[in-house]
Design a protein around this ligand. Structure first.
Ligand code: ADP
Length: 535
């Protein structure tokens, strides 16, 4: 579904960008065509002017002949004058004089012999020239000697001295070959400049165009056309670029560009859409994972709460059970004492049994007391600022009997104050110091040193070092577990709960306890506690 949507969007992007590209190309091409048409119009105008100028120049030879005629109608030096005019004006094939509209003189005669004696009175164009008294152009038509030409005829009217009015004398005429005219106006130069041209004659009566000259055999496509108006003639010079107004290779290139543009845009759109889709999917997955994790956390919280409730229950049970167990044990000891007092004649073996029973009961009392202490740690007093050194001094005082009995010494320095439960800290010091005194080497008085140190991270470190029996490093984890002992009861008294209680107290205070030891070389217990409980 998502893939289909992406494909649809990509197709839309392609269509949109392609249409925009085509529109841009179209507007650019239209502008370019306008510019090219303006340029071609300039070129056409300049060439039209050249044709006009050259044609007028060639035709003006008839006027020059007429001026000479007016002075001398016999015109004896016609050939030399005509030769001179042809040279001077250019583009002229021949010049002729036609008194009474009959061609009598022609220069050059050679090649034009069939024209001599031709009567023009039957020629409607010649008659029109007489009537309008204006220079009239006839043609273009094919010449007998080959080529296409136009004829300019100027009707000459001479002053009749007797009657005082002007009478028609005849025509001065000029034959202008088109190929020469076009060559002189440099029309073919357009072809080398990559243009096609077409020169056509507009036939007024029929309202149609007759092509006089063209550079290609085909009709021009949407050309720029300029009119050339001379005498009675109207010609049209049309020009268009050889490659058309929209060159094919331009269109191919531009089409390709538009395709590349819309293709690139669609590809970028596709990449973007895919990435967005991926992001969406990842987000959805993350939300699902977060939901799952929140639910799991909720479950863990519920478990923790249940566990806490169970622990509380267990602590209560341990406390009640310890209390209840103490009573029968006390009775066993008291009745044991009474039994020993009352039965004086008890044999040695029976007395020993009773004493062993009483010792076992006392040991049991010790276990129960430690267990009770252990179970109460987590529900101790609130943390408060304590005078640590003062507590330490109290503990040392309490241990005075043991210290003097073992001839031991306890030294301390840099003991810092903390935020803690004072009773539990006292218990901690008591357990660590009594162990240090208890596990001393036989015959060597215990030397215990306590050093405090403020750490950078807001914690204090207290090291309890002794010169006692030490133990193997491999037991450094085990000794903190409840009822774990490394030495036999017969050698050293104890329940195996002392260090377990220490660890639990330190954990409640968000601290840590570590130990370094090796057999016969003493031990160092490191206690790390936060100065303030907010840490
Ligand atoms: P216990 O009642 O046996 O002393 P603890 O939990 O206090 O119980 O200690 C656990 C065990 O760790 C002891 O049985 C002893 O083997 C060892 N231990 C504790 N403190 C020291 C010490 N300072 N030097 C050597 N061994 C020690």
């Amino acid at each position: 579904m998502a893939n289909k949507l992406i494909s649809l969007k990509v197709a839309l992007i392609f269509l949109l960008s392609f249409s925009i590209g085509c529109l841009v190309i179209y507007s650019l091409e239209s502008r370019r065509e306008l510019e090219s048409r303006a340029l071609v119009t300039q070129i056409a105008n300049s060439h039209a002017q050249s044709i006009e100028k050259q044609l007028s120049r060639s035709l003006s030879a008839t006027l020059a002949l007429a001026t000479i005629l007016k002075e001398n109608t016999s015109f004896p030096n016609f050939d030399s004058v005509a030769e001179d005019l042809i040279k001077r004006y250019g583009g002229i094939s021949s010049l002729a004089l036609s008194p009474d509209a009959i061609i009598r003189k022609i220069y050059p005669v050679e090649g034009n012999e069939p024209a001599l004696g031709l009567d023009l009175k039957s020629n409607p164009k010649a008659i029109a020239a007489i009537e309008t008294k204006k220079l009239t152009i006839e043609g273009p038509f094919k010449l007998i000697e080959g080529g296409i030409a136009v004829v300019g005829r100027y009707p000459v009217f001479l002053q009749n001295e007797k009657k005082g009015k002007k009478n028609f004398w005849g025509f001065t005429s000029v034959v202008i070959e088109l190929s020469q005219l076009i060559a002189m106006a440099d029309i073919y130069g357009l072809v080398s400049k990559n243009y096609h041209f077409e020169l056509s004659n507009i036939v007024f009566i029929k309202g149609e165009r007759k092509i006089i000259a063209q550079s290609s055999g085909e009709n021009l496509e949407n050309p720029v056309s300029v009119e050339i108006q001379i005498a009675n003639k109207k010609w049209l010079l049309s020009i268009s670029p050889k490659s058309g107004w929209y060159p094919f290779y331009y269109l191919v290139w531009e089409g390709l560009l538009v395709l590349i543009f819309s293709g690139t845009l669609s590809f970028m759109g596709y990449r973007h859409l895919c990435r967005t889709e991926d992001l969406k999917r990842t987000n959805l997955k993350m939300i699902q994972e977060i939901n799952q994790r929140t639910q799991a956390e909720k479950r863990v919280m519920i478990h923790a709460e249940t566990l806490q409730a169970h622990n509380k229950e267990l602590e209560n049970f341990a406390s009640i059970a310890s209390h209840d167990l103490q009573e029968p044990l006390r009775k066993v000891i008291i009745f044991g004492d009474l039994l020993l007092e009352r039965t004086k004649n008890l044999d040695e073996k029976s007395r020993n049994y009773i004493e062993r029973m009483q010792n076992a009961s006392k040991r049991m009392q010790g276990f129960i007391e430690d267990l009770l202490g252990y179970s109460k740690i987590s529900s101790g007093r609130q943390f408060e600022p304590i005078h640590t050194e003062k507590i330490l001094k109290e503990v040392i005082e309490d241990l005075e009997a043991r210290i003097s009995e073992s001839k031991g010494t306890i030294e301390y320095k840099d003991i810092m104050d903390l935020e803690a439960d004072p009773l539990q800290i006292k218990q901690l010091f008591q357990n660590l110091l009594s162990n240090a005194l208890k596990y001393h080497k036989e015959g060597i008085p215990p030397v215990v040193t306590i050093h405090g140190k403020l750490l950078d991270n807001g914690y204090v470190q207290m090291s309890f070092g002794d010169n006692g029996i030490g133990f193997d490093e491999k037991y450094r984890e085990q000794i903190f577990k409840p009822f774990r002992r490394l030495h036999g009861r017969s050698a050293y008294e104890g329940t195996g709960m002392g260090l377990a209680i220490c660890k639990k107290i330190i954990e409640r205070h968000n601290g840590e306890i570590l130990v370094e030891s090796s057999p016969c070389e003493g031990s160092i217990f490191e206690v790390i506690l936060p100065v303030k409980q907010s840490h």
